[in-house]
Design a protein around this ligand. Structure first.
Ligand code: TMP
Ligand code: ASP
Length: 236
């Protein structure tokens, strides 16, 4: 597999073309940003950990029937993925109130939601990724009705699978953000990443935060938290 020209550089990853027209290589960086890029920093080895953790989660999800972009982990920081066009939505699933939901609705962080909450944000940095509902998504043709039904049912299934998987590792899945893509034949598959950057993980016993909130909120112990997640998943 030949790595060709860089197609895109995001906040946490770069994407490269390959000699296979249906495959890209993603390359995970240590760069960390928060608050729409206002806060910048680096988290040592984050790229390595997120690459491995994300692939690990995607393999687990594939085994349970969720189609993902994962083809093959190529190196510490690089993974071969199926070429998709990203549906411009951040799909957020919440089990316990935290972060922007706590702020918006005045629910103390840690409040268990009586039902799972699904939110969509329109991926647009200039607009600050505003929250949208099904009507906005259909009116703006960000996704079709059928695609949205697929996306929401995958998102809820992913939540169940991840919650159960993490429970056994002593991690409570508070909330997470995922993104989906369309392959060249229009199939919706899970894309982007699943990592401590994109999830809230709390230690089940102590409630300690094991995710990017340590960076966002200057809590210290950022690297240790990322390593701890990888260790619990992969034993190293
Ligand atoms: P929020 O409470 O800040 O809206 O975040 C909800 C979840 O989404 C949380 O697990 C962190 C994740 N997230 C991202 O992956 N990218 C983002 O840009 C934001 C704001 C949140
Ligand atoms: N990565 C996002 C940004 O820089 C925000 C976040 O994860 O909090 O905007």
């Amino acid at each position: 597999m030949k790595k060709l020209e860089q197609l895109y550089e995001g906040k946490a990853k770069k994407v490269f073309a390959t000699d296979d027209p249906e495959a890209y290589i993603v390359d995970y960086k240590d760069d960390a940003t928060a608050f729409n890029g206002l806060k910048k920093g680096t988290i040592a080895d984050k790229g390595i950990i997120n690459n491995r953790v994300s692939n690990h989660m995607m393999r687990m999800l594939e085994q349970h029937g969720i189609p993902t972009h994962l083809i093959e982990e190529l190196s510490e920081r690089e993974t071969l993925v199926k070429k998709v066009t990203i549906v411009p939505l951040e799909v957020i699933v919440r089990n316990i109130a935290a972060g922007s939901l706590s702020k918006r609705l005045g629910l103390p962080e840690g409040t268990k939601m009586k039902r799972t909450v699904l939110e969509y944000c329109y991926k647009d940095d200039e607009l600050g990724d505003p929250m949208v509902n099904d009507f906005h998504i259909l009116a703006m043709e960000l996704a079709t009705e059928e695609e949205l039904a697929t996306i929401s049912s995958y998102a809820l299934k992913i939540n169940e699978l991840m919650t159960d998987y993490l429970k056994d590792l002593g991690i409570e899945l508070i909330d997470f953000k995922i993104e989906f893509g369309r392959t060249s034949d229009g199939t919706i598959i899970l894309a982007d990443e699943i990592s401590p950057d994109t999830c809230r993980f709390w230690d089940s016993k102590t409630g300690e935060k094991l995710d990017k909130d340590r960076f966002r909120r200057d809590l210290g112990g950022v690297e240790d938290a990322y390593h701890e997640v990888m260790k619990r998943m992969m034993g190293e």
